[in-house]
Design a protein around this ligand. Structure first.
Ligand code: FAD
Ligand code: NAI
Length: 471
């Protein structure tokens, strides 16, 4: 049946892009509907991404510390053990609490939540196959596509979500595997690889390129890889997996050098395929309506999140830019501001990326390699956490801050931090860059003592004046 009231905006997808856009749209006074088919709000991020992975990273870190580092601090626990069921339950409770919280926010802000799978059937019409059965047509002035992404499959290595898993299966393995092969040394591979390594799995990461996380500063990622190796992860670089099959309880993999050469066999109890994600647009009706794609299979948009059809917008993982929850949220807010006639805008130069391993690696702005490739004259400053009093006091001093600024104007262009809590430390740099600050501005800002943040200040001093104080 047709819905009686025409909506100002219908958002397809209830992930961080879609649900944040919906709340903001309603706050701006727009009649707003959000359609979500998975049965819970929060998208990939809350249900099978950011949140459950961070829960397991935290629990596994506590176990690792209890086993390896507590005694040194005078805390004696005989033979700490993992209760995998309890660990899973803690994660699930965190997830369900948060997804229900969004339903509450929808009610509070008067967003209509329609449960089902949406399909665009015209520039101003969305059909929903309702979760409870039947279907419904919603008329709307504007549509926002916020359907997110799915795992990129690897030909020859079929995912069964039991033995050969994507990140989704990796969050709910029946038991901690004795051996695990991770294909792809990116964000998912290193985070989930760390989880299982800490819990006792022998983890081997197979990476196509000769370096891990391609988007990180090369100096930082070299230090990062050495640290992960010290923690027990092993890496097979410049290697590709050509075939994988489940044989009894094991997975047999055929690997070969990326550039070709003799192949080799490896066996594991579980294999994680984490070679990237791709936009999820199946069954959305984009072809029929004539929405254009870009050359990488994403929805093509202009600077105002508008597709080639003026009433249809797209945000988050389905469009260009980093596939990150906070980026999707910024897209969502800016898109509905534009729909409401305001000046929505996102500054992608100040979107941070954070890898939540231990230590964490956080990045904002350009890397030194990118600066060189662009022919920019830059200066850099560095500071090691070995010289930071707080990091030394708590004996968690692996890592560094590296800052990149314009050689002439001193304007901050990028900051790269590897340390405990780097994901929190990076934000003063994001704010500084948003305000167009120089490294000297950070260098002259008083930082509390003793804090890890003082390492950021010291790196700024090194960038602005050539030498830090404490190193
Ligand atoms: P999604 O979150 O994918 O949401 C899209 C929603 O749309 C889904 O719920 C889907 O069911 C729904 N949908 C799709 N099609 C339809 C349809 N036709 N009708 C109705 N509903 C539909 N990012 C970070 O920033 N930090 C992290 O720590 C982090 N960790 C991650 C860990 C893992 C294991 C994974 C897989 C991803 C992680 N990400 C992280 C990435 C992050 O999850 C995504 O960038 C983010 O969720 C994108 O938001 P989105 O709203 O664009 O899409
Ligand atoms: P990724 O893009 O981060 O890393 C994929 C890695 O796999 C790269 O190093 C790539 O070189 C390698 N690779 C590609 N093809 C390969 C092949 N055939 N064999 C071996 N290696 C291969 O992708 P990932 O880890 O799957 O994550 C997807 C996205 O999800 C991330 O890019 C990120 O946007 C998001 N994410 C963000 C997190 C965070 O912010 N902390 C955590 C997890 C995911």
């Amino acid at each position: 049946a047709a819905s009686s009231v025409e909506q100002d905006v219908v958002i397809i997808g209830g992930g961080p892009g879609g649900y944040v856009a919906a709340i903001k749209a309603a706050q701006l006074g727009l009649k707003t509907t959000c359609i979500e088919g998975r049965g819970a709000l929060g998208g990939t991020c809350l249900n099978v991404g950011c949140i459950p992975s961070k829960a397991l990273l935290n629990s596994s870190h506590m176990f690792y510390e209890a086993k390896n580092n507590f005694a040194h601090h005078g805390v004696i626990i005989e033979n700490p053990k993992v209760d995998w069921t309890a660990m899973q339950k803690q994660k699930d409770t965190a997830v369900s609490g948060l997804t229900k919280g969004i339903e509450g926010l929808f009610k509070k802000n008067k967003v209509e939540y329609v449960k089902g799978w949406g399909k665009i059937v015209g520039p101003n019409k969305v059909e929903v196959a309702l979760s409870d059965g039947g279907s419904k047509i919603i008329d709307t002035k504007n549509i926002i596509i916020a359907t997110g992404s799915e795992v990129t499959p690897l030909p020859g290595v079929p995912i069964d979500e039991k033995k050969i898993v994507s990140s989704t299966g990796a969050l709910v393995l029946k038991e901690v595997p004795k051996t695990m092969v991770v294909i792809g040394a990116g964000y998912i591979g290193l985070e989930m690889g760390s989880v299982y390594s800490r819990l006792g799995s022998k983890v081997t990461v197979v990476e196509f390129l000769d370096h891990i996380v391609p988007t990180m500063d090369s100096e930082v990622r070299r230090t990062f890889m050495r640290t992960l190796e010290k923690q027990g992860l092993s890496f097979k670089m410049s290697t590709k997996v050509s075939k994988g099959e489940v044989v009894g309880e094991k997975v047999h993999l055929i690997v070969e050098p990326s550039k070709g050469g003799p192949s080799d066999k490896i066996e594991a109890d579980a294999v994680l395929v984490s070679i990237g994600r791709r936009p999820l647009l199946k069954g959305l009706g984009l072809d029929e309506v004539g929405v254009k794609m870009d050359n990488r299979g994403r929805v093509a948009i202009d600077d105002h999140f508008r597709t080639n059809i003026p009433s249809i917008y797209a945000i988050g993982d389905v469009v260009q830019g980093p596939m990150l929850a906070h980026k999707a949220e910024e897209d969502g807010v800016a898109a509905v501001e534009i729909i409401a006639g305001k000046a929505g805008h996102v500054n992608y130069n100040t979107v941070p990326s954070i890898c939540y391993t231990h230590p964490e690696v956080a990045t904002v702005g350009i890397t030194e390699d990118e600066a060189k490739a662009k022919g920019l004259a830059v200066k850099t400053g560095k500071f090691s956490f070995m010289a930071n009093s707080r990091a030394r006091a708590v004996e968690d001093a692996d890592g560094l801050v590296k800052m990149i600024a314009d050689a002439k104007t001193d304007k901050l262009l990028g900051v790269h931090i590897m340390s405990a809590n780097a994901g929190e430390l990076i934000h003063e740099c994001c704010v500084a860059m948003e305000y167009g600050a120089c490294s000297e501005d950070l260098a002259r800002t008083c930082h509390g003592h003793p804090t890890l943040s003082e390492a950021v200040k010291e790196a700024a001093i090194a960038t602005a004046f050539g030498k830090p104080i404490h190193m």
